[in-house]
Structures are given as structure tokens and as C-alpha cells.
Design a protein around this ligand. Structure first.
Ligand code: PMV
Length: 325
């Protein structure tokens, strides 16, 4: 019985300039580019086994069989791998995260990046980094940014072929940290996939998109110059712009909780008093605090004294997705 298997590891990423809104929801072609860095301490480890004896794809996440929606998403993704490789076989996929689901860290990015690398290798598809990034994008847009290493830019591109992510600089270029303040571990009511589709209903989205090239330029140069103040103001502006769009979409999306705003205000005050910190918030209530690595333990201590912060997770810029031999 022929079996083809491979295992890969990938890290989630945190976007400094966000992806919010799709031109093509099926291909996950974004309305603008985005910039992120991978989170080294947080990992998804995925084994893929294509097996001629299977009659359907199977998925287990953290030791539990996946629900129907996740399984359908997996099969849609594996259909692309089957199409690219002309493999008819079904696969069994076992995925483990070392961070809790619902912890405010987007697990779909590392999930589809690890899956893309493992599945492609298992069926002997020899893909370049750009092709792997494109493949991961089919699973979840932000997953394309977890393929390359370090600080990464996803160029929105014109089509499926040229919408992929590339490294701007490697992880060791700048000693930053992301300290995530967990204020809620509840599953969010509206997924980012649904959010991307209604982004254009906000009257603010057109202005946000029109200014995106300028924000990408400022963020990229802040990274290249290691200019923290410049990075802090563009990161907070970009996060606030995305949430303004979310709050003014139809239906309106309010991802913040009262504690989210309390943390954001505290972080802004700490920066005013000289601590190198800024905040960014994804499609959920938890707050990512970006800081110079030397300030990370002070940030974690201060966060733990804010009422409603249940715990913190800390990570540094990390590598891209890779095979586990
Ligand atoms: O890749 P998705 O569909 O999970 O979208 C990610 C959306 C944000 O996390 C809010 C922003 C981003 O660029 O990561």
C-alpha cells in the first residue's frame, strides 16, 4: 500500500501592517500588502500521510478529531495539493500547537504554513519558497507570511501567481519581542474569513486601502533602520485603522473588550514615559505588545498587574516554516 509522508514545523506571525479585506475570497488575494514577523516560541507541528487505503481525509488537532468545518477547509486545501501533484490519494493529518487555541494567536497561519510544507514534500512536489507561500495562502491569507523567515512582507500582487510573501530581513536583524496580553480565551464570534468579506461595506475601507502603500513604506523603512519610534506609531495607526473599519462594517464588528482598551491605553502611557513599547490588536480582544527585547520582562510584569489580563505569552522574531527530518 503506497504511503507518502512528511512532517513540518511553522510559527504564527504578528502583522504590523494588517491584511483586512479580500479582492478574491477564494484565492485570498488581499486588497493591500501587509508586513509581519514570525513568533519563534510558538509552533505548529504537522505530520501529513497520504495513504492509498484512506477513503477520505482525516484531521486531528492537539489530539482531538477536528470538527466538520475544519475538515472541509483541510480537504479544500489538499485538493490543491492533489491537483498540483496529480496525486489521487487522501491524507491523514496530525497537527499539534504548543500554544492554546483561542489564546489570541492566529493558529491558522502556522497551521496552513506547516501543512503546505509537509503536504508538498510528502507528494514530492518540489516548490520554491515563493510557491510554498502561494500554496499556504490558499489555506489562510496570513499563512503565506509564515513561510519565509523573520520580518516578512506579503505583496498583494495582481493574481494568484504573484501574491506571496518574502523576507525583508532575517529574525536576528532586530531584537524585538511580542508580549501577548490574554484578556479572553473565548472563540471569536466572527471569523477573519467572514470579516474580510464585509470589510468593503465600511465607508472607511477605501481610505485605509488608499493609504496602505505609504504605511507599508514607513513600516519597512522603520524595520530596516531599526527605528522603534517610527515603528510604534505606524503599527498603532495601522491597527486602529483596521479596527475602525471593523467597527463601521455592516454588520459592525467589535473585537475589543473593555480590558483591550485598558491595555492599549496603558501601553501608550508607558511609551510616553520612555518604555519602548507599542500595541497591535488582531481580530480578537487580546493585545500584542511589541517592544524592544530588553523591555519584554518589564512589559510582562506591568501587564500582569492590569485587572483582566489573565496571562502573557512572549516570543521573538523567528524562522520560517521548515521540514522536520
Ligand atoms: O489570514 P486570516 O484570514 O486569518 O486573516 C488575518 C487577519 C488579521 O490577523 C486580523 C490581520 C493580519 O494581517 O494578520
Amino acid at each position: 500500500m503506497p504511503t507518502y509522508s512528511a512532517t513540518a514545523i511553522a510559527h504564527p506571525n504578528i502583522a504590523l501592517i494588517k491584511y483586512w479585506g479580500d479582492r478574491d475570497p477564494r484565492l485570498h488575494l488581499p486588497v493591500s500588502g501587509s508586513i509581519s514577523f514570525n513568533l519563534d516560541k510558538l509552533t505548529t507541528h504537522t505530520q501529513v500521510i497520504f495513504n492509498s487505503e484512506l477513503h477520505a481525509d482525516a484531521l486531528s488537532i492537539n489530539g482531538t478529531p477536528a470538527d466538520e468545518k475544519s475538515l472541509r477547509r483541510l480537504s479544500n486545501f489538499l485538493d490543491i495539493v492533489r491537483q498540483w501533484s496529480a496525486t489521487p490519494l487522501f491524507a491523514s493529518v496530525v497537527s499539534e500547537n504548543n500554544f492554546p487555541l483561542g489564546s489570541g494567536v492566529a493558529s491558522s497561519a502556522s497551521a496552513f504554513a506547516a501543512l503546505a510544507v509537509a503536504a508538498a514534500h510528502a507528494v514530492n512536489l518540489s516548490l520554491t519558497e515563493q510557491e510554498l507561500s502561494r500554496l499556504a495562502r490558499h489555506g489562510s491569507g496570513s499563512a503565506c507570511r509564515s513561510i519565509p523567515s523573520g520580518f516578512v512582507e506579503w505583496q498583494c500582487g495582481e493574481s494568484d501567481e504573484d501574491s506571496y510573501a518574502q523576507t525583508i530581513v532575517p529574525p536576528e536583524h532586530w531584537q524585538l519581542a511580542d508580549v501577548t496580553a490574554i484578556v479572553s480565551s473565548e472563540q471569536k464570534a466572527t471569523s477573519s474569513a467572514e470579516g474580510h468579506q464585509i470589510a468593503a461595506t465600511s465607508p472607511l475601507q477605501a481610505a485605509r486601502v488608499a493609504d496602505a502603500t505609504q504605511r507599508l513604506d514607513v513600516c519597512r523603512s522603520a524595520i530596516l533602520e531599526r527605528d522603534f519610534d517610527k515603528l510604534a506609531s505606524i503599527t498603532e495607526l495601522d491597527s486602529n485603522l483596521m479596527h475602525a473599519v471593523m467597527m463601521t462594517s455592516t454588520p459592525a464588528l467589535f473585537y475589543w473588550h473593555p480590558e483591550t482598551l485598558a491595555v492599549m491605553k496603558a501601553v501608550a502611557a508607558w511609551r510616553q514615559s520612555g518604555l519602548p513599547v507599542c500595541y497591535t490588536v488582531d481580530a480578537g480582544p487580546n493585545v500584542h505588545i511589541i517592544c524592544l527585547a530588553e523591555a519584554a520582562s518589564e512589559v510582562a510584569t506591568r501587564l500582569s498587574s492590569i485587572p483582566g489580563v489573565a496571562k502573557t505569552l512572549c516570543a521573538r522574531p523567528g524562522p520560517g516554516a521548515s521540514l522536520v527530518e
